[in-house]
Design a protein around this ligand. Sequence first.
Ligand SMILES: [Zn+2]
Length: 92
Amino acid sequence: MPSEDKMNSCDFCGKGRIVKRKQNISFRQMSDWGPIQCQAAVAVSVCDHCGTGSVEPGADKIFDEAFRRQYAALRTVVPLASVSPAWQPAFR
Ligand SMILES: [Zn+2]
């Protein structure tokens, strides 16, 4: 089990302190419906000295869930036949 100090110091520069925060990250993921724009709030660790950042373990699960949610929402809201480029910008 890592100590408190180890968790809070930056591995990259060895000087900075790692600050954890929630960050909204937008990403696009391909699906059989084409690219889907998703947004997920994930915990990230950022060094206050060199700015090196990394997402917390488990973030891929959060991204995956955000994608599934968005994908399911699209399927519910828009019948497959009516999918068109014009519709996409309106959907956030
Ligand atoms: Zn650093």
